[in-house]
Ligand binder design. Structure first.
Ligand code: UDP
Length: 475
């Protein structure tokens, strides 16, 4: 026991709830299930209410310490036009300047675990002889792409989006050029260089934790482990430890109202609509979505965010912080006409509590990886509405390989998904035979996910093996 309680690792999350949530979950598991002390290093930003609530909750286990890094001043390094990922990377770069002294003050933890966007930490840890790990917060398929990007960058001269064929990733399903993430669609911009920089450093770590499980993406996993190309680039061992998703979160007042409302609805009858931590729609698209929901006559919970024209990750850095008035931007009379059938909540809903609820029958989601895992883990089929990052890849995989999602078609004329199309897919997933089949598939996957996480399951064992290495190190 004494030896156990001495093991201490640090976890460092890049800004954004999509990174903080899964890394914090990993930190909690290490503390609660494996008896490790964890220092959780949080890169301070103009944090959202939801983020503060998560990291500064009074119910955290005592051996999990949250340390806020000093707020970095990046005002001289960014402009209004700096894109969101570039801003995030600059923020990380500046925030990590005091990392060395922080790690020394912490008595040099036995390992540092970071996500995809904080790889500068590897050099600092190298100086201090602290082994590093990545917790990859996206799919295994996307890890395969990320590891391969530096090679692709050397081999391909033109823009990837101009390639005549889908991008062939060794041993994996080819990626259609239209599904490529925004940051690699134009190789001349800063964001591309940032992404290339971080992705090319992924092989510097001792191990890569994956938020996935052995049975979920077997082909990509096999490719990364066995394909000669991945051996050639010295890919470190990968450890699928997922799905690690948020468990019981304390409910806010509006969160509790959501759950109370769901308690009164029939089983599998409610469509939950929310677009990740930062997703927003254009004014025209939000209008069509609201009309589509109304026309479908299905029950729904809609997380309403002020529309932004021209930026799909409009509230990425400040979700839940804004007071917003849905009446001002939803179609006139929408709230009155859908009263009782639909519930509109502002900015943020307790997603896991909603997905877990038996009244929830489907999820209209932007297909961020955490949302994907949360939906599958609760056996909920999805309407895929990808917006930014690697979400188009996730959506395609969920539709074409996994069979738990349907994607509405964009109208030819106005470049929006029109209300009748939304009505069609909503009815299909809530009432149709295809919806039933997808729900069945989602429930099968739920069982496979739970099996992996149970005692003796592959994900649980994967994490235990690495923890054992840390503990042995201590002797
Ligand atoms: N989330 C939530 N309530 C909301 C929207 C999002 O609790 O109304 C949580 C969601 O449960 C997930 C995270 O925010 O854990 C979003 O992560 P994801 O990877 O799906 O997308 P990202 O925000 O990174 O685009």
């Amino acid at each position: 026991e004494t030896m156990k309680s001495q093991s201490h690792v640090a976890v460092l999350a890049s800004p954004g709830m999509g990174h903080i949530i899964p890394l914090f979950e990993l930190a909690k598991r290490l503390v609660v299930h494996h008896g490790i002390h964890v220092s959780f290093l949080n890169i301070t930003t103009e944090a959202s209410a939801a983020q503060n609530q998560l990291l500064h909750s009074p119910t955290l286990p005592p051996n999990l310490k949250v340390i806020d890094l000093p707020l970095a001043d990046i005002s001289a390094l960014v402009t209004e036009d700096t894109l969101v990922v570039a801003r995030l990377c600059i923020n990380v770069q500046e925030s990590l300047k005091p990392l060395k002294s922080i790690l020394i003050d912490l008595g040099k933890p036995q390992a540092l675990i970071v996500d995809l966007f904080s790889t500068q930490a590897f050099d600092i840890c190298n100086e201090l002889s602290i082994p590093t790990y990545t917790f990859f917060t996206a799919s295994t398929a996307f890890l395969a792409f990320s590891l391969y990007l530096p090679t692709l960058d050397c081999e391909v001269e033109c823009e990837f989006v101009d390639l005549p064929e889908p991008v062939q990733i060794p041993g994996c399903t080819p990626i259609r050029t239209e599904d490529l993430l925004d940051q690699v669609r134009n190789r001349k911009i800063d964001e591309y260089n940032w992404v290339l920089y971080h992705f090319s450093r992924l092989t510097m770590v001792t191990g890569i934790f994956l938020n996935s499980w052995e049975d979920f993406e077997p082909a990509s996993l096999r490719a990364i482990r066995e394909h000669p190309l991945y051996k050639q680039i010295n890919t470190p061992p990968v450890h699928p430890v997922g799905p690690l998703i948020k468990e019981d979160e304390p409910l806010t007042e509006s969160g509790a109202e959501c759950v109370a409302w769901l308690d009164k609805q029939p089983m599998d009858s409610v469509l939950f609509v929310t677009l990740g931590s930062g997703g927003t729609l254009t004014t025209a698209q939000l209008t069509e979505l609201a009309w589509g929901l109304e026309l479908s006559q299905q029950r729904f919970i809609l997380v309403a965010r002020k529309p932004t024209d021209g930026n799909t990750s409009g509230t990425f850095f400040n979700v839940g912080g804004d007071v917003n008035d849905p009446k001002a931007y939803l179609p006139e009379g929408f709230l009155e006409r859908t009263k009782g059938v639909g519930l509109v909540v502002q900015s943020w809903a307790p997603q896991v509590a909603v997905l877990r609820h038996q009244s929830t029958g489907a999820f209209l989601s932007h297909c961020g990886w955490n949302s994907t895992l949360e939906s599958i883990t609760h056996g909920v089929p999805m309407i895929a509405w990808p917006l930014y990052a690697e979400q188009r890849m996730n959506a395609t995989m969920l539709m074409e390989e996994v069979g738990v999602a349907v994607k509405p078609m964009v109208g030819k004329v106005k470049d929006v998904v029109e209300r009748v199309e939304i009505e069609r897919v909503v009815r299909m997933i809530m009432e149709g035979e295809e919806g039933k089949a997808m729900r069945c598939k989602a429930r099968e996957l739920k069982h496979s996910a739970v099996k992996g996480l149970n005692f003796g399951g592959s994900s649980k064992e994967s994490l235990s093996r690495v923890v054992k290495e840390w503990k042995c190190d201590k002797i």
